[in-house]
Design a protein around this ligand. Structure first.
Ligand SMILES: Cc1ncc(COP(=O)(O)O)c(C=O)c1O
Length: 374
């Protein structure tokens, strides 16, 4: 199999652990193992006694039960655990897409959602664009239906979206599932940022609405536990899960036992962890809003309703790629330019989930002043 480079990961490969001021991260603030274990009496001792043998390919049954409990009426059997969300996407797309198939992906999107389609010979891929209406990011369901063909097998969506922050309302979730049902199309719903509803409207998991939908979840983003590398697919479509599990035999085989243990602790305190992440984002947003109010001639701010990321428009007369390069070279401030997403237009991604955002934002402002943009 030949597959194109993952642009975002290549970019992060250079800067994520070298740039001191991270202003574009999509995962929320993490914590130490000790901090997590301290959330539960007796967890530290149990962790030290965790057996380090192979684990079950489908995932620890207790973990699967906890994951199922996040959904409306899912059970342990509806859950397949992976080594991160990335492995789940790669496995699902590989088993679903074959020569002659057509897939549609919401766009922009996390690259792996559509890159497998690009790598399968004769597999066609269409982009369902999230568009900038001059004020905010919007989607058009008529445009989605117009893209559907007789051989459309999968529609891949990501909401809350990386990088735009666009998030379906519960009404739109039902509308999308109805479209897929009507055309009998599989729905891949990347919901890795779910749980970070800032507008107070708790979003439904899509797999609860449509049996041919898989919902993708993960410990990395809303829970801030990316180092655990634990993700999952949940669906009532067991035929698909059976195919994906066979593909997993060629990937990780099974998950890490310590990570599964720690994920169980985290999910037993799910509400507390989600609240922690939301509070960090909300505090950061107060500063970010002030920042954008100060510089309306430099940026067009795109507000978000959910999640940790936003995709703003650069109004400075300079390619955004150059602007972001200058920011990281001069001040060590990391932003993500739209060319990473193969997007037209001058946009850059900002991330609000880290505790270091106030300091990074101050450095970004220093950069604007020193480079005489203001
Ligand atoms: C939308 C989306 N899906 C999936 C992933 C992969 O998540 P993980 O790193 O936990 O495998 C990411 C990571 O950035 C993402 O943004």
């Amino acid at each position: 199999m030949k597959i194109n480079d993952f642009k975002l990961e290549c970019y992060f490969g250079i800067y994520e652990f070298t740039a001191p001021y991270l202003l574009t991260q999509s995962d929320c603030e993490s914590m130490s193992t000790r901090e997590l274990l301290d959330m539960e009496k007796g967890a530290e001792e149990a962790y030290l006694n965790q057996w380090l043998g192979y684990t079950e390919t489908w995932g620890d049954p207790e973990l699967r039960e906890l994951i199922a409990g996040l959904y409306k009426d899912m059970t342990t059997e509806d859950v397949l655990v992976f080594h991160g969300a990335q492995e789940a996407i790669f496995g699902y797309m590989n088993v679903m897409l074959n020569e002659g198939d057509h897939m549609i992906a919401m766009y922009p999107n996390y690259q792996s959602a559509y890159e497998v389609a690009n790598s399968v010979p004769n597999c066609e891929f269409s982009k369902w664009y999230i568009k900038d209406d001059g004020e905010k990011w919007v989607v058009d369901f008529d445009a989605l239906e117009a893209l559907i063909k007789p051989n459309t097998k999968v529609i891949a969506v990501n909401s809350p979206n990386n990088p735009t922050g666009y998030t379906f309302t519960n009404e739109e979730i039902k509308q999308l599932c109805d479209i897929c049902k009507k055309h009998d199309i599989y729905l891949f719903s990347d919901e890795v940022y779910k749980g970070l509803e800032l507008d107070g409207e708790k979003r439904e998991w899509m797999a609860d609405y449509y049996h041919k939908c898989v919902s993708l979840g993960v410990m990395s983003k809303a829970y801030g536990l990316a180092g655990l590398r634990v993700g999952w697919l949940v669906t009532k479509d067991h035929e698909t899960l059976e195919k994906v599990v066979k593909f997993k035999h060629y990937m990780s085989i099974c998950d890490s036992a310590p990570s599964e243990f720690l994920s169980k602790v985290a999910l037993r305190h799910s509400d507390q962890l989600l609240e922690r992440s939301k509070n960090i984002i909300k505090d950061n947003l107060k500063l970010v809003d002030k920042f954008f109010d100060k510089y309306p001639n430099l940026f067009e701010k795109k507000a978000i309703t959910c999640g940790p990321v936003a995709f703003h428009k650069l109004l400075i007369d300079m390619p955004v790629k150059e602007f972001c390069q200058l920011a990281v070279d001069k001040k060590g401030v990391l932003l993500l330019p739209s060319d990473i997403y193969d997007m037209e237009g001058e946009y850059f991604r900002m991330g609000y989930g880290r505790k270091g955002v106030p300091e990074s934002l101050a450095k970004f402002e220093e950069f604007l002043i020193e480079e005489k943009f203001v």
